[in-house]
Ligand binder design. Structure first.
Ligand code: GLU
Length: 484
């Protein structure tokens, strides 16, 4: 049997990390096995529909490389692929009526007022109301009369009140519930639209879906889906309900935490490949301890039986590390192409940005780190004279003042401000002085950068700054040290 999976987003806004994980796992399960990955747009909840959200879905799928084999824009013979369009074909009503004929569903004409009088109970912290099957007792004639009178109705599932229902999840195993706890959930709403609960079953079956991957918020409803499958006499797909993703404080990822959606992460300067790689590991781990995977490698390695059911913690520190690994491995030209706008935002003067890009490439974790690495090129920051003191380099204010005063005329006389030429000049001075490199380079680097940590050494920095600016900064250093 060929594996067929689907990603079935509701167009309700941004692409949340949890959604992207479901899409990724669905994609990987299909591709690992040479199967088909389908995109279905679940837009039947008109109230939650957000303009532009469908475009976000397409854009994200394309950008992340989760290319679907079938979908609204790619007919694979199972269309339409948008639920509102499927509704127009009458498919949901047809199947709902089939259930009515079988006694597995019924018309319900109860109005809001009556429903408000139903008893509710608190189960596991959630208030639930179980419909009392009032309309199940209506005679054929009463139903006919209500329908003819145009009375608004919903169609409800008719669940048994005794016995148990068991369903199987790949991760959670067999889950058994008391049928008395199963509400007669609505299958068709009064606006004629199917509920998610009904549409997902009809669609997954009629679209030949073999594996369903989704967040575990659907776990508690799943017994009702199984009852629908049974009522129709359809085969239940393999269900994989994924563990919750939490932030570092073990709270559900929220918009406020800043890493709840793919777009948020891109805005924070993360690379698409690193995000996908990281999300793959939110609940899944390979057999070996390797953690860096391209999408192609993920396809080869992914085994959904290795998904864990313990909550996955979204660890920003780890994502940052991973992103840094991707940056280090990136081809230099591509890195420059991507880093250029960040460099330009930080540096307005006429610097060799390509060279600066080469300096920061292995030192940053995200593009947003660039500004803090390179800002000293633009303007010398205020710095403390204490910075000239370095134990290991055996430098202090006095030695630094001496060195800077001695190298100043050499650097004034120097015409060639290339890194190599400057380095040769300074090394010659070091040899004549009979000291260590650092004894000379530390104060110079401090003077030209005003920083303790820089992405490059003294002479590389001077090459970028050019002669005038380098000399001005060294003179400034001398002045500072004289006044110390
Ligand atoms: N439309 C549902 C959602 O976006 C899909 C759940 C599922 O994959 O079945 O949450």
């Amino acid at each position: 049997m060929k594996i067929r999976t689907r990603y079935a987003p509701s167009p309700t806004g941004k692409m949340h990390v949890g959604n992207l994980r479901s899409a990724l796992y669905e994609f990987l399960i299909a591709k690992h096995d040479g199967g088909s990955f389908m995109l279905r747009i679940e837009d039947t909840d008109q109230e939650r529909f957000v303009e532009g959200a469908t475009e976000i879905i397409y854009r994200t799928m394309e950008k992340t490389g989760l290319i679907h084999d079938e979908g609204p824009d790619k007919d694979g013979g199972y269309g339409p692929y948008v639920q509102s369009e499927r509704m127009q074909t009458g498919i949901y009503m047809k199947y709902a009526k089939e259930l009515i004929d079988k006694g597995e569903a019924y018309y319900c004409f109860c109005d809001k007022e009556r429903l408000a009088t139903l008893k509710s109970e608190v189960v596991e912290g959630k208030e639930i109301t179980i419909y009392d099957k009032h309309c199940l007792g209506l005679s054929k004639e009463e139903i006919r009369a209500n329908l003819d009178a145009g009375k608004p109705f919903v169609i409800r599932q008719n669940n048994p009140t005794e016995g148990t229902t068991t369903f199987h999840d790949e991760l959670y195993g067999a889950i058994t519930v008391q049928n008395s706890e199963l509400d007669d959930m609505i299958l068709i709403k009064s606006d004629g639209y199917p509920t998610y609960n009904f549409a997902n079953v009809v669609d997954d079956h009629t679209m030949n879906i073999t594996h369903v991957v989704r967040g575990n918020e659907y776990l508690s409803s799943s017994p009702k889906y199984v009852r629908l499958y049974d009522a129709f006499g359809w085969e239940v797909p393999v269900y994989v309900h994924l563990p919750l993703i939490t932030d570092e404080n073990h709270k559900k990822l929220s918009k406020r935490s800043g890493h709840s959606s793919f777009e948020d992460l891109l805005e924070q300067g993360f690379l698409t490949e690193a995000i996908v790689n990281y999300i793959a590991l939110l609940g899944w781990s390979p057999e070996d301890n390797n953690e860096i995977f391209s999408l192609q490698e993920l396809i080869e390695k992914f085994d959904y039986k290795r998904i864990s059911k313990s909550p996955a913690v979204f660890d920003m520190v780890k994502l940052r590390w991973m992103n840094g690994e991707y940056l280090k491995a990136m081809d230099d030209d591509k890195f420059f192409e991507m880093a250029e706008s960040y460099l330009k935002a930080a540096l307005t003067k006429d610097f060799d940005l390509k060279k600066i890009a080469g300096m920061v490439k292995t030192r940053i974790e995200t593009f947003n780190d660039i500004a803090a690495q390179v800002d000293f090129f633009e303007a010398l920051p205020e710095y403390d004279v204490e910075m000239y003191t370095h134990k290991k380099m055996k430098t202090n204010s006095e030695t630094s003042l001496e060195v800077l005063t001695e190298v100043l005329p050499l650097l004034e006389a120097q015409e060639d401000y290339s890194n190599d030429a400057l380095y040769a000049t300074l090394v010659k001075y070091v040899e004549e002085k009979g000291c260590k490199n650092g004894y000379v380079m530390w104060p110079i680097r401090t003077a030209v950068s005003g920083k303790q940590m820089t992405p490059a050494g003294a002479t590389e920095i001077m090459e970028i700054l050019g002669k005038d600016e380098s000399l001005a900064r060294i003179r400034k250093g001398i002045e500072l040290l004289q006044n110390a």
